[in-house]
Each structure stands twice: as structure tokens, then as C-alpha cells.
Design a protein around this ligand. Structure first.
Ligand SMILES: Cc1ncc(COP(=O)(O)O)c(C=O)c1O
Length: 438
């Protein structure tokens, strides 16, 4: 039917209404994240009834009027509180990334979330937001190698220093390091990684929070950020235990198919808004296609992680009893009554699917095992549908000095394994066969 105004296409208003709020409860029943991943934050009516969000490949967005454009800019630049009321430019945000951010927030019941082009760009943007020359960063050790490089070598060039405490540290040890850091300069950030890569040591987030709150007055408290890549968002939710921000390499379990690189940050509104301003400036947002792939991935996150976790429990039980195996560093095997077991009980709901296998012998035995695998792939990374195995001492941690490697237990006989969603018996057959080659 022809429109009264010949310049209008019937039924397609140029500037539709805002998206309808998604259903999050039915009566008193609160919907679970695995249900919300199917549709939360997306209103099909705004996209021709499309069940799935289209990929919005555009670099910029058309304003309804000059006044609307001004209002959006007032929001995005902070002149008006509450953030941008609409989309402006794709370095700032886009529909796919916004839906992704809404869904990322769901898992940890965070105020808000931000999507990034990689885990490292999320971490770099976070650090750049809070750290100034002369500041001190307190962090757990060890950290993912690139994070350590970023803090020590790159921020070090700008007069930033750091102090660390071991991942499994007690409240007293944390207090002592925080006190030394305070004596050194303004503490800008407390940065944690749990479990640590590759030692698998868990951080007591509640103790860190108590130490931070005891050492700093409310107005000077540094945010607590934590890398939750290994157990999040299913098996660990550190925001519930006192962290302010939880950062993710979405490349791993969230993406889950080893086919994308992305990062995420979830947490307190005020802090997320500060990081968003930095992200808008430097352009570390992920692209719409990657955001769309992540939406696809999040639909099966709980399924995939649960199956990988069950597989890992079976595989680890087999490996632990094998005569050629010295030790299996798996969170499901923490010693009853130990401090790590206590942290695990308070902070985690599952042992994950990434663990350390120490073979009897050295590099020769580790390589023989890796070269004989037929289902598991010899590759670095983790959290994908397929099982991966690698030798950290010879690969990811090759450049770490030998004495530090020894301190962290990164020995030549260590094989890191990330279990996928294959059949558990097939994986056990693969590992049994590879162990025969050792
Ligand atoms: C714990 C942890 N944090 C951060 C990263 C960096 O993530 P990305 O490779 O997505 O930049 C990784 C990557 O392996 C990681 O394992």
C-alpha cells in the first residue's frame, strides 16, 4: 500500500521505539542465565521479526534529528549523566555488542558489561583507566604472561610500579603486601587472577576484599579486578565474593569453539562507565561479527562447560591412577582441610576442565606423550569444544627465567590440558594410548 508521504516506506519507521524489556521473571520465578541466553536484550520486532539478531555491519548510526545527535553526544561525553541514549558510532558501540554486554552481565548479576576485541585489550583498557604515573598496582602472582608484561614492562615505562602476593596468600600475607604498597605510592588497582595460570592456585577474594577495606578509607579504595577466564562465568562468580570488576578472555570458555578472539569486563556501574570512556577513546571494542558469534556461543555455555567439566573429572580420575603419571594438578583433587580446599568450597561451584598433568620424567616424556595424542590437539589455549594439550615450559612460558619457572612448578614434565566436550571414554583411550608411547 502506498504511503501518504511518498518518501516513506510503508510499515518501516526510520526511528523505531526502544527495545521492549526482556522477560526475566515469570511470576515470582527468576529465570536462569542459561534460559536468558536465548533472547535476553534482543527485541525481534525491531529487526523484521528475525529470531536471531542480524549482524549490524555499519560504522556509524543515523540521528533522527540534530537535537537527538547532540543529546546522544552529551550522554557519551558525560555532560549528561546516564550515558548515551542511542547509538552514535561503531567505535563506541553497536546493537550486537550491546546485546552481548547485556547477556554477559547476566552470569555474574553485574550492573553492566563491556565487550572488547581480546582478553588482553580488556585488561589493557582496564589498566589504562585506573593507573597514573607514580601509582602502584598490587597483584597476585603469577599472572597470565602477557598481563605480567603489560604491568611490569609496559606500564613500568610510565613510572608505574607493582607489588605481588602469591595467589594462595593468607589474609596476613595480603595485609603485609598492601601495607608495603601503600608506603610506596597511591595504590591504583588490586588485580587478581584465579585460578592462576599455570599453577591452578585459587585466590581468596573475600580475604582480599577484607584487606582492601581495612587498609583504605572509602574515598581512596582501589578497585579489585579479577581475571575470571578459567572458571567463569559458570564455576566462579567473584563479584559475589567482593571483586568490583571481573575480566574475561572470551576467547576461551565463553567463545568456546576456538574460532574467535574477544574479551569482556563485568562489574560495578561507576567503574564500568569509567572504563567505557577509555574504550570509546582508544577503540578496543569487539567487532559486530565477533559479538554475534559470542551470542551464538553463550546459548550453549552452560551445556558446554558442564560437559567439559564432567569429562575432565573422569579423565583426571584415570590419569591420577596411571603408573607413568607423577601428579595431576586439578581443582577436584584439593586436599581436604587445606587452605586451597577452603577457598574452593567458598568460591567455586566446579573444578573446571583445565588442569596440569605432571608425567614421570622430563621434556622427552612430555613430548612423547604430546606427539602420540590422536584426539587431543597439540595447541595452546583452552575452553574450546575440542581437547587441547601443550607443554608450558617449552611453549607459552619458554621465555620465563628458569628460576621463576621452577618456583611456579613449570617443569619440563608438565603438560597443560584443556578438556573439551568429546566422549570421555574416547579421551581416556587417547590418553592411555599416548601414555604407552612415553
Ligand atoms: C587467564 C588469561 N587471561 C587473559 C588472556 C588473554 O586473552 P586473549 O588471548 O583473548 O587476549 C588469556 C589467554 O590465554 C588467559 O589465559
Amino acid at each position: 500500500m502506498a504511503s501518504e508521504n511518498e518518501n516513506e516506506i510503508s510499515g518501516a519507521p526510520a526511528h523505531p521505539r526502544p527495545p521492549r524489556p526482556s522477560t526475566i521473571t515469570i511470576g515470582n520465578h527468576k529465570l536462569k542465565p542459561s534460559t536468558l541466553m536465548m533472547g535476553y536484550g534482543f527485541d525481534p520486532e525491531l529487526s523484521e521479526g528475525s529470531l536471531k539478531p542480524p549482524i549490524f555491519l555499519t560504522s556509524t548510526f543515523v540521528f533522527e534529528s540534530a537535537a537527538a545527535g547532540k543529546r546522544f553526544f552529551e550522554g557519551v561525553t558525560g555532560r549528561r549523566p546516564g550515558g548515551a541514549e542511542g547509538l552514535i558510532y561503531s567505535r563506541f558501540n553497536g546493537p550486537n555488542q550491546e546485546i552481548l554486554e547485556d547477556r554477559l552481565s547476566v552470569w555474574e548479576e553485574a550492573d553492566d558489561a563491556l565487550a572488547f576485541s581480546s582478553g588482553m585489550s580488556a585488561i589493557a583498557t582496564l589498566l589504562l583507566t585506573f593507573v597514573r604515573p607514580g601509582d602502584v598496582i598490587v597483584h597476585t602472582g603469577p599472572l597470565y604472561a602477557a598481563t605480567e608484561t603489560l604491568i611490569a614492562k609496559i606500564l613500568g615505562q610510565f613510572g608505574v610500579s607493582w607489588l605481588d602476593f602469591p595467589s594462595g596468600a593468607s589474609r596476613e600475607e595480603i595485609d603485609a603486601v598492601v601495607a608495603s604498597a601503600k608506603a610506596k605510592g597511591r595504590v591504583a588497582l588490586i588485580y587478581l587472577e584465579s585460578p592462576a595460570n599455570p599453577t591452578n592456585q585459587l585466590v581468596d577474594v573475600e580475604a582480599v576484599r577484607a584487606a582492601r577495606d581495612a587498609a583504605f578509607g572509602e574515598s581512596e579504595r582501589p578497585p579489585i579486578a579479577i581475571d575470571n577466564t578459567f572458571l567463569g562465568p559458570l564455576w566462579a562468580k567473584p563479584l559475589a565474593h567482593g571483586a568490583d570488576l571481573s575480566v574475561y578472555s572470551l576467547t576461551k570458555y565463553a567463545g568456546g569453539h576456538s574460532d574467535l578472539v574477544a574479551g569482556g569486563l563485568v562489574g560495578k556501574q561507576k567503574l564500568i562507565d569509567q572504563v567505557r570512556t577509555m574504550r570509546n577513546t582508544i577503540g578496543t571494542i569487539c567487532d559486530p561479527n565477533t559479538a554475534w558469534m559470542l551470542l551464538r556461543s553463550l546459548e550453549t555455555l552452560e551445556l558446554r562447560m558442564s560437559k567439559a567439566g564432567e569429562n575432565a573429572a573422569q579423565v583426571c580420575a584415570f590419569l591420577r591412577e596411571h603408573p607413568k603419571v607423577e601428579k595431576v594438578g586439578y581443582l577436584g583433587f584439593l586436599e581436604d582441610g587445606s587452605r586451597q580446599a577452603d577457598i574452593y568450597r567458598r568460591h567455586c561451584t566446579g573444578a573446571g576442565s583445565t588442569f596440569s598433568l605432571y608425567l614421570k620424567g622430563g621434556e622427552k616424556e612430555a613430548f612423547a606423550f604430546l606427539d602420540a595424542l590422536q584426539i587431543a590437539h597439540l595447541a595452546v589455549s583452552l575452553g574450546g569444544t575440542e581437547t587441547l594439550a601443550s607443554a608450558p615450559a617449552a611453549m607459552t612460558h619458554l621465555s620465563v627465567p628458569d628460576d621463576r619457572k621452577a618456583l611456579l612448578g613449570i617443569t619440563p614434565n608438565l603438560v597443560r590440558i584443556s578438556i573439551g566436550v568429546e566422549d570421555a571414554d574416547d579421551l581416556i583411550a587417547d590418553f592411555a594410548n599416548a601414555l604407552q608411547a612415553v
